[in-house]
Design a protein around this ligand. Sequence first.
Ligand code: AMP
Ligand code: ZN
Length: 112
Amino acid sequence: MSADCIFCKIAKGDIPSKKIYEDDELIAFHDIHPITRVHFLIVPKVHIESLGSCETQHQVLLGKTLLLAPKLAREQGLAGFRTMINTGREGGQEVFHLHVHVFGGGDSLPKV
Ligand code: AMP
Ligand code: ZN
């Protein structure tokens, strides 16, 4: 838990979220500013700053985080989806608590 971290506060239940999944290690909730019809975040509860701070000890947790994406995407009615992990300021990261964006639905996504 990092005192000023918004995702730690969401994970603890101190700040409300539109939660779609929770277990001991992970929480998933809809992004507050969705960029597509369905856009949610999968967030490990433990405070890790970014993918750039992950180490070997996080291997299993990272696997669980990614494996949750297709399950929740299906539940949200997505036939396909895109995942994104912004890492570091130059990578577009704004919330410095590791999270995976999962989004899709509606118009096709731009080619990258
Ligand atoms: P990133 O640029 O990858 O750090 O993205 C952070 C994401 O968190 C953005 O898409 C924000 O819209 C989203 N976000 C910030 N605060 C909240 C919140 N309280 N509840 C849900 N999503 C949030
Ligand atoms: Zn945090």
